[in-house]
Design a protein around this ligand. Structure first.
Ligand code: WT7
Length: 659
């Protein structure tokens, strides 16, 4: 393992050996209960994926299932086929007589409600698509989307895909700087946003943030603004257009573009090991195949009767794949919720599940641990008997949280599927199939049919069952990223160079496999932190620190956190070498939040006169992690000055975390 491998407090997790077989009544009726599916998919994966692609409707059939250029790492799935994502998510369901089925039950944070049928969603998507065309947006253009969880957000994604524009959704919690960087990188021609957004009873000035971002982003010609809250907002005539002025007057029909299977569907930025976020690019046919297949099979979806709730924001990949494209392609009825779990009170999720009779819940370990902290009384106030399946995603789930989730939310009745995947993979990669696979608390179990994974050592050699190392993906899969926007070299370097000889995709996660071949994902092995399921680059936070005029140097590590999984811990030296006051620490926290977004706000800041460096000047983050975890310091012999780290350990003990 490299210097920056995660702390291996994993033995306790691995000692977990409870096993829950699929409940017989569940298995009997499961969408996928044919144990041959694994063998069939590994015997002929092209045939398996072709079968899954047939659940979609293609304008023209594909000529080949997979062309893989192993040198350039370019995958072409379903080459020759033409398809449109919004057509598959909307038109065919309406045409087949399901126009009156609810696509989204929507509830706003203040409690306002809307129910949007497939017919409604199709009409609104067509209107917005026509509005985009009227503004001159063409096939292949990039459109940035910066919104809260309002119904017009999925409409915006679908409208782009309808006309072949590439959407670039930026999560509404990102700062103006982060939004600007992403708009510039994608050279977006338009932005879709809203006036303000609700957040825990307060308001977020989304349009104002867009204005700040656009100072310095000249590619944008138009901003479409949805009125959500109603407060006055800044306005630029000629550039800004009210959604309600341009959309309702459009025709409710709009011919979908016939896209090549490999035409880009979207770009979504994710943090890497450098300060510059990576524009992960997904294409159309393979992506839609992957998300529809996994959504159907992992969540055991019955479109006639289920109410599916993925609590992720559409601004993250989980929302792209399992709030928008997967569920809609499968004609699911979903719940879409604008607010947070604790507003107006800590039972909001459970009230929603009771009210909308949610049957499948997909949420994150950090949320589950928060609910555990609040205690079961909030849960027990509500009838959750509609639930029949629970999912988890975003970070490793500790067995305690898994068991709590199963017991208090799932009434010891619902299977729990822990799903491992990434922005890059586009779709769930390792997960139980709830009607087939045993589940073990803390393990994502085994690769999805047609997905080929392994656990390897530093040389790329497969580690025997019972051992640990790096998880790798050994063959292309349909929803894989195709490149990093504008930087194919970085794509090859980041994902394909670590195990170049073997030709494996490297997700940068540690993993153990038990004697049954179950995968236990252990967290990142690179400089990427996972805070509440959000990916944050240590380097990006360090850059934000040194951008402050008073900061000379900064080193950032993650510290284990009971609720958020990991927390951001920073060591900062000020210009002049002084020790900052609590007020200065707070000022720096604000600064980082304003550079990246509030979710990256550092919990711990330790001011130190110096940082522990090797003689060649490399900061030894491993030692800083030892300091934060109160562990004995590892090897310090390579340090230029071994005393530095002792001083730091003293100072870290006296620096209070932010609550
Ligand atoms: C990283 C990807 C996948 C959508 C949300 C996050 C970690 C994700 C699990 C899981 C253990 C997990 C990994 C991965 N991760 N799911 N079930 N068990 N770790 O997407 O922001 O691209 O982050 O999240 O470390 O590499 P992302």
């Amino acid at each position: 393992m490299p210097d920056d491998s995660p702390p291996q407090a994993i033995e306790a997790l691995f000692a977990e050996n409870r096993t829950f077989p699929p409940p017989p009544e569940f298995a009997a009726k499961a969408v996928c209960n044919d144990p041959e599916i694994y063998a069939r998919a590994s015997k002929d994966s092209d045939e398996f994926w072709a079968g899954e692609a047939r659940r979609l409707e293609w304008f023209a059939p594909w000529a080949s299932v997979l062309n893989w250029d192993s040198g350039e790492k370019r995958a072409r799935w379903f080459d020759g086929g033409t398809i449109n994502a919004s057509f598959n998510c909307l038109d065919r369901h309406v045409r087949d007589g399901h126009g009156s089925q609810v696509a989204y039950f929507w509830e706003g944070e203040p409690g306002d409600e809307r129910r949007i049928t497939y017919a409604d969603l199709l009409a609104e998507t067509c209107r917005l698509a026509n509005a985009l065309r009227e503004l001159g947006v063409k096939r292949g253009d990039r459109v940035a989307i910066y919104m809260g969880m309002v119904p017009e957000l999925p409409v915006a994604l679908l409208a782009c895909s309808r006309i072949g524009a590439i959407h670039s959704v930026v999560f509404g919690g990102f700062s103006a700087d982060s939004l600007r960087d992403r708009i510039i990188d994608g050279a977006c021609v338009a932005v879709i946003t809203q006036d303000l957004g609700w957040r825990r009873g307060g308001k977020i000035a989304l349009k104002q943030i867009v204005d700040d971002a656009l100072a310095g982003a000249p590619s944008v010609s138009n901003v479409i603004v949805l009125k959500r809250v109603g407060d006055p907002i800044p306005w630029m005539d000629g550039r800004d257009v009210w959604y309600h002025d341009i959309v309702p007057r459009q025709p409710a029909q709009c011919d979908p573009e016939h896209m090549a299977a490999e035409d880009p569907l979207y770009i979504l930025y994710s943090s890497g090991t450098t300060a510059k976020p990576k524009g992960i690019m997904h294409t159309t046919g393979g992506y839609l195949t992957g998300v529809s297949s996994t959504h159907k099979n992992v969540f055991d979806l019955r479109e006639e009767s289920d109410v599916f709730w993925c609590t992720a924001d559409i601004g993250w990949v989980t929302g792209h794949s399992y709030v928008v494209y997967g569920p809609l392609a499968n004609r699911a009825t979903s719940l879409l919720f604008e607010g947070t779990p604790d507003y107006p009170d800590k039972d909001r999720f459970w009230a929603l599940i009771e009210k909308y009779k949610v049957t499948i819940l997909y949420t994150a370990p950090t949320a589950i641990r928060t609910f555990m902290k609040w205690g079961p009384s909030y849960v027990e106030k509500h009838d959750l008997s509609s639930l029949r399946l629970l999912g988890s995603v975003g970070e490793p789930i500790n067995p305690e949280a898994w068991i709590w989730y199963r017991r208090y939310i799932g009434g010891d009745r619902c299977p729990v599927v822990d799903t491992w995947w990434q922005t890059e993979t586009g779709m769930i990669m390792i997960s139980p199939l709830p009607g087939l696979t045993d589940t073990k608390p803390g393990s994502a179990s085994r690769p999805f049919p047609g997905v080929f994974a392994d656990v390897v050592d530093a040389e790329g050699k497969s580690v025997p069952l019972g051992g640990g190392g790096y998880v790798v993906i050994t063959r292309p899969w349909p929803a894989m990223l195709r490149t990093l926007w504008g930087d194919h070299d970085r794509y090859i370097k980041t994902y394909w160079s670590r195990f170049a000889k073997q030709g494996y995709y490297f997700p940068a996660d540690g993993c153990k496999r038990d004697a049954d071949g179950f995968y236990w994902l252990l967290g990142r092995v690179d400089d990427v932190m996972n805070v509440s399921g959000h990916r944050i680059s240590t380097t990006e936070v360090e850059s934000a620190f040194v951008d402050h005029p008073n900061v000379a140097e900064a080193a950032v590590v993650s510290k284990k956190d009971e609720i958020t999984g990991e927390a951001v811990a920073a060591f900062v030296t000020l210009k002049g070498g002084g020790i900052g006051s609590p007020a200065e620490a707070d000022e720096l926290r604000k600064h980082v939040a304003s550079k990246i977004g509030a979710f990256a706000r550092p919990k711990y800041i330790t001011f130190t006169p110096d940082l522990p460096k090797t003689r060649s000047g490399k900061i030894m983050r491993r030692l800083l992690r030892d300091v934060m975890e109160n562990r004995p310091l590892g090897d310090t012999t390579t340090l230029a000055d071994a005393n530095v780290v002792k001083t730091i350990a003293e100072m870290a003990r006296t620096a209070p975390p932010e609550e």
